[in-house]
Design a protein around this ligand. Structure first.
Ligand SMILES: NC(=O)c1ccc[n+]([C@@H]2O[C@H](COP(=O)([O-])OP(=O)(O)OC[C@H]3O[C@@H](n4cnc5c(N)ncnc54)[C@H](O)[C@@H]3O)[C@@H](O)[C@H]2O)c1
Length: 369
């Protein structure tokens, strides 16, 4: 898949990255600071200060900042966005990357193998779900705040308008229409179950669900484009000893491929509702796009696996057809109806909807008499 992008498009943007002290977050920050963006890393781990200092030195970009952030805390998230706005040279936010994520293995094991005596223990403790707190509640907080702040980005245009604008020669004009972009971090666990890792699988399926909800509605309601990257197992501190041992002898994904995919989505305004999977070259069933052990016959009649060309490919394209066209048409129909009938018609319908339970009750009473 061709991921060519123009780094000049990233220059001057203000980009917030949660979980920026390590792995993908730190690698995104390094690439985008080198391209001239203002990068604001938020992380619960104070080592983000050192990472920030390293990126500043490596890229010679002074506009790299660290803000301590616990994504599971609402007040911490509000502070992260407000502080970022203060640090942004143009007073706005162009891109928010909801990247912070964990997978607590002990929690997953406890979930499937309950050890507490729930029958006799007088006050059995609730199981811990930190993975869901960080990966779902944390991301929902981040995305909710992004949907508030991104449309307020000064001089930004709704994403569809910006994507269709003719390219300008002058740098200042190029920067005029600022961006509104949310990038989500899914996983192959968004697409396939990771056995024994139920909370993580649930959380990443949830992020894919969030993406599928927002990919069409956010551009229409807030002019915000939403994309997702779903990496395969990749060599970051996230990969603990057990998955490394299980995958011994198998190739892992490369951080550079994840950074390439994310940079392409960040830089290119035409990327609206795109979902990219990254990983080593995998052998896929071309008829379903699924990753699996043996497929007896490929669509073209050949036997067994087919090798993909590169480490990045698109997923969930089929989803766009029935589900999202329906959503798009529904929203367009609602907007058109509001415009045509005006606010009086809308208010009449709302009043009708609100009084509907009373009318139902009245009708059923009359029917009974
Ligand atoms: N590495 C992989 O194999 C892989 C594969 C698929 C998806 N992912 C996803 O990519 C994202 C980044 O993973 P990574 O590989 O860079 O992992 P990582 O462990 O290197 O980085 C995750 C960062 O999130 C931070 N974090 C954890 N809890 C936080 C909280 N409450 N508030 C703020 N920050 C918090 C950590 O301190 C850490 O710096 C995650 O969402 C992960 O699920 C990783």
């Amino acid at each position: 898949m061709d991921l060519t992008y123009d780094p000049a498009q990233i220059k001057g943007r203000t980009i917030l990255i949660t979980g920026g002290a390590s792995g993908f977050g730190a690698a995104f920050g390094t690439r985008w600071a080198a391209a001239g963006a203002t990068v604001i890393l938020g992380d619960i781990n104070p080592s983000g200060e050192e990472v920030t200092a390293r990126i500043r030195q490596e890229t010679q970009n002074p506009n790299v900042h660290f803000i301590q952030l616990d994504v599971t805390s609402w007040t911490s998230q509000v502070n992260f966005f407000r502080e970022s706005l203060r640090l942004s040279p143009h007073g706005g936010i162009d891109t928010v990357v909801a990247n912070a994520g964990i997978n607590d293995g002990r929690e997953a094991s406890n979930f499937e193998n309950p050890k507490v005596d729930y029958l006799n223990d007088p006050s059995p403790p609730a199981p811990s779900f930190k993975t869901l707190d960080v990966n779902i509640t944390g991301v929902m907080y981040t995305v909710h705040l992004a949907l508030f702040f991104l449309p307020k980005n000064p001089d930004s245009k709704p994403c569809r308008e910006a994507a269709s604008a003719p390219e300008s020669e002058s740098e200042s004009e190029k920067l005029l229409g600022r961006d509104r972009h949310i990038l989500l971090l899914g996983s192959v666990a968004s697409l396939h179950p990771l056995m024994t890792q139920a909370p993580y699988t649930v959380s990443k399926h949830g992020i894919l669900g969030l993406f599928r909800c927002l990919r069409i509605s956010a551009p229409i309601s807030a002019g915000v484009r939403v994309n997702i990257v779903c990496p395969y197992y990749t060599d970051t501190p996230f990969m603990q000893a057990p998955p490394r041992a299980l995958l011994a002898g198998c190739p892992l994904g490369k951080i550079e491929d994840v950074v390439d995919a994310a940079s392409y989505l960040v830089a290119d305004r035409n990327c609206i509702g795109r979902s990219l999977v990254t990983g080593p070259k995998l052998k896929l069933d071309p008829s379903t796009g699924g990753v699996g052990p043996e497929y007896p016959e490929n669509k073209d009649g050949s036997q067994g696996f087919q090798e993909r060309e590169g480490p990045v490919w698109e997923c969930y394209l089929h989803d766009m057809d029935p589900a999202d066209i329906f959503t798009q048409r529904m929203l367009t129909a609602v907007h058109t109806a509001v415009q045509v009938r005006g606010w009086f018609g809308w208010a009449y319908d709302i009043a009708g909807a609100l009084t509907w339970p009373v009318r139902q009750w009245w009708n059923s009473r009359s029917g009974r008499r």
